[in-house]
Design a protein around this ligand. Structure first.
Ligand SMILES: Nc1ncnc2c1ncn2[C@@H]1O[C@H](COP(=O)(O)OP(=O)(O)O)[C@@H](O)[C@H]1O
Ligand SMILES: [Mg+2]
Length: 283
């Protein structure tokens, strides 16, 4: 059994506007993530990626289906048990600043999950673990007393990651965690996430629309289209030999988006269109 077992999950939202149609955000989604594995979810905006990530942590309730994390069915856990389970499953969002309390010092923000889940540790031990985790994510100890607004975007996201991992979760949902970061910082944060996973064998559900990021970080990729997973494949296989027409569209749309990045896709040797584009660039 996988650490994360999502089976046949359905979620429909009421229309945001009166008289509008309900939105079928998840139409029977099944997905597994193993310990130590990164599964990326790709798909265009509105396809249901974030809804799936939130459902997987029960940040929203689903209409039907099953979500098991380490054997526990989280869709039916009652409040107390769910609260305890939250130590095991954490989230990192796209906009670090928006997800950090601007009035709390960095050290206090990172300490919060331990104060909630492990109050018996006591102030001194919690402070010690905060400094350890700050060191682990590359934040200088001196920043513990700073406010989020005083940090750079990359540092803010390190805070988000530190807070997510301090309770030693087994499962992390990362929803576009590097999309708001500069390219150079993005690579550093991705390397950090990979390193943390190597150490702790966390399962990552990694939502992203950036193919470079996904290609680098993920073991497997699930492609979402209008609330359904249309294809799941190991990363290399998906890039080399996409099975679904929509996956090919996604990959080719990405290709034409930035001509400077086309060369990076020469690896798609199976696709003649791509080969022509690459040859064109070289001449
Ligand atoms: N709270 C909500 N109320 C109504 N509709 C929502 C809500 N959250 C998401 N949706 C809709 O569900 C669909 C999937 O959204 P989302 O999961 O955020 O997509 P993605 O992350 O792939 O961009 C979209 O049509 C979105 O507008
Ligand atoms: Mg989203």
């Amino acid at each position: 059994m996988s650490l994360v077992e999502i089976t046949d999950v359905v979620k429909t939202f009421a229309a945001r506007q009166r008289g509008g149609d309900p939105v079928r955000a998840l139409r029977g989604v099944s997905l597994q993530v193993n310990e130590g594995e990164t599964v990326a979810i790709i798909g265009e905006s509105g396809s249901g990626k974030s809804t799936l990530g939130k459902a997987a942590l029960r940040l929203i309730d689903v209409d039907s289906g099953s979500i098991r994390i380490d054997g526990d069915e989280i869709t039916t856990l009652e409040t107390r048990a769910l609260r305890a389970k939250r130590a095991d499953m954490q989230v990192v969002f796209q906009e670090p600043f928006e997800s950090l309390n601007p009035r709390l010092a960095i050290g206090a923000i990172i300490a919060e999950p331990l104060q909630i889940h492990r109050p018996e540790l006591g102030t001194t031990e919690i402070r010690k673990q905060v400094l350890q985790v700050m060191d682990k994510v590359g934040l200088p100890a001196a920043q513990a007393s700073r406010l989020p607004g005083e940090l750079s975007g990359g540092q803010q996201q390190r805070v988000g990651i530190a807070r997510a991992i301090i309770s030693r979760p087994r499962f992390l949902v990362l929803d576009e965690p590097t999309s708001s970061l500069d390219l150079s910082i993005r690579a550093q944060v991705l390397a950090l996430l990979a390193e943390l996973q190597e150490e702790s064998r966390m399962a990552y559900l990694f939502v992203s629309h950036d193919m470079h990021t996904v290609e680098w970080i993920s073991d497997r990729i699930a492609v979402m289209y209008l609330g359904e997973i249309v294809e799941t494949a190991p990363t290399r296989q998906l890039f080399d030999n996409p099975g679904h027409a929509y996956t090919r569209t996604l990959l080719s749309a990405r290709l034409s988006a930035d001509p400077r990045e086309r060369h990076a896709y020469k690896a798609f040797a199976g696709d003649t269109t791509v080969r022509q584009v690459s040859t064109g660039d070289a001449s």
